[in-house]
Design a protein around this ligand. Structure first.
Ligand code: ADP
Ligand code: MG
Length: 151
């Protein structure tokens, strides 16, 4: 299934991220694609909050990976913008973190090509005339996204 959604502001983007979180099972791998400033980190933050994280969500711009523990989920948020080589993912513990339990949210997956696990979801964010367009692709229908679109 593929969903294409126009979001006129950041608040809408966050509401979509929280709805999308309801679709994520343990071990889900989510690729976040889009130009610099398109809203990948904003979206990831709202997904992490939607998964029940109460502590502040910080951008992994410099650390490259941040991990969160919520009541229901373990979440890893990667930002591979500064990754020089996919082999560096080893040093970020990709093998241990890809354990079928942690939800993985991965910004700039292009920089980790060949060294990342198979994705379950792909989220593409593009600049639109007003706001952003988000395209969410996954292997199955997503009721929470359909409810968001209908609201
Ligand atoms: P990225 O991680 O893709 O580089 P960020 O999430 O760090 O992008 O930044 C996105 C910027 O775009 C933020 O300043 C945010 O307020 C803004 N933004 C997010 N969603 C929208 C939207 N739907 N419409 C307009 N601005 C948005
Ligand atoms: Mg970012």
């Amino acid at each position: 299934m593929e969903y294409r959604i126009h979001l006129s502001d950041e608040a809408q983007m966050c509401a979509l991220g929280e709805a999308f979180a309801l679709e994520l099972e343990p071990g889900a791998v989510v690729l976040l694609k889009g130009d610099l400033g398109s809203g990948k980190t904003t979206f990831a933050g709202s997904v992490i909050r939607g998964l029940g994280c109460a502590s502040p969500v910080v951008s992994p711009t410099y650390t490259l990976v941040e991990e969160y523990i919520t009541i229901t989920h373990l979440v890893c948020h990667f930002d591979l913008y500064r990754l020089n080589d996919p082999n560096e993912l080893e040093g970020l513990g990709i093998r241990d973190r890809c354990d079928g339990k942690r939800v993985l949210l991965i910004e700039w997956p292009e920089n980790g090509a060949g060294a990342l696990p198979q994705a379950h979801w792909e989220v593409q964010i593009d600049y639109a005339d007003l706001g952003r367009t988000v395209c969410i692709q996954g292997g199955r229908p997503a009721k929470a996204i359909e409810a968001f679109i209908a609201s």
